[in-house]
Design a protein around this ligand. Structure first.
Ligand code: G1P
Length: 299
């Protein structure tokens, strides 16, 4: 999106250096970011959202053993020639379009020191530009691209975090945001953000949880650079955002859309079904099948 003042965010960073231990043995050899929802790897959904939101530069943070991620976004001349010769135009388009609209870059996180540390690996590539961060485990399905929704509320120099309401009992799974004053409309200024708080630290029955989409100012690198380990002994992105919130520079946006944690087995299964219902080429048949199951009294 180009703003009236001509400023736009062009770079997106996708941390993809995690081990995927919750999905073993599926992720023993396959990077978890390549697990598909039907025929689309979850990282592809994140890249597509970035491109549809107007970004054309995507940096993926990887580790050793994740080389298949770069293969997915690379050209495959032999396969393309074969599909062209056989007249399989849809498949050819699907193979060619994995990285359409963006240039993909890769850098490694040598040690698993946490999300904040992974984001820090992007510093050299990002420089002083504002940038987006997308956690590929958080699959977002919405009526409009999610980063574009965040950018509608972005002001240069500030950071934006996507949030959604969660019950108090679930707050310990997330970065939890406290608004300043009463919230009106989808965006609000953040007073504080705490990574995985204890339930006793959460005041309300419904808490605002950070979901894995962020727009960040490059100043956050300075904060992350000098920050020690936080929750879980890891360098947390949330703690970097906390410093931005303390400086009055963090906005939260309750975006329109659903979110699935595909790093979790049940979350992954729900994402596959919901994505099937979301896809026009699958929705009619899938709905019929689910209705058949309902008729059999399965639910
Ligand atoms: C990460 C973030 C957390 C955020 C969550 C959303 O946690 O650290 O603030 O709420 O993603 O999925 P993780 O799920 O990697 O533990």
């Amino acid at each position: 999106m180009t703003r009236p003042d001509g400023q736009r965010i062009r770079k997106a960073v996708i941390p993809a250096a995690g081990m995927g231990t919750r999905l073993l043995p599926a992720t023993k050899a396959l990077p978890k970011e390549l697990l598909p929802l039907i025929d689309v790897p979850v990282i592809q959904l994140a890249v597509d959202d970035a491109v549809e939101s107007g970004m054309d530069d995507v940096l993926v943070i990887v580790r050793r053993g994740k080389e298949l991620l770069a293969d997915h976004f690379d050209r495959q001349p032999e396969l393309e020639a074969l599909l062209a010769a056989r007249g399989k135009t849809d498949a050819l388009e699907a193979v060619r379009s994995t990285a359409a609209g963006a240039t993909l870059h890769y850098t490694r996180q040598p040690d698993p020191k946490g999300l904040g540390h992974a984001v820090l690996m992007a510093r050299h590539h990002v420089g002083t530009d504002p940038f987006a961060v997308m956690l590929p485990d958080d699959v977002m399905l919405g009526p409009r691209p999610i980063l574009a929704q965040l950018e509608e509320h972005w002001v240069p120099g500030r950071c934006v975090v996507a949030v959604m309401p969660v019950p108090r009992a679930e707050a310990f799974r997330y970065g939890i945001v406290t608004p300043i004053g009463e919230k009106s409309g989808p965006a609000f200024t953040v007073a504080d953000i705490v990574e995985k708080p204890d339930v006793s630290q959460v005041a309300d029955d419904v808490a605002w949880a950070a979901m894995g989409r962020y727009l960040l100012d490059a100043d956050v690198f300075d904060v992350l650079e000098h920050m020690g380990p936080g929750a879980g002994g890891e360098i947390q992105l949330t703690d970097g955002l906390r410093a931005m919130a303390e400086a009055g520079r963090l906005t939260a946006v309750a975006y329109e859309g659903e979110r699935f944690d595909v790093g979790d087995r049940l979350g992954y299964l729900k994402a596959v079904i919901s994505y099937g219902l979301y896809r026009p080429d699958f929705a009619p048949d899938l709905k019929r099948y689910l209705a058949e199951l309902a008729q059999q009294g399965i639910f």
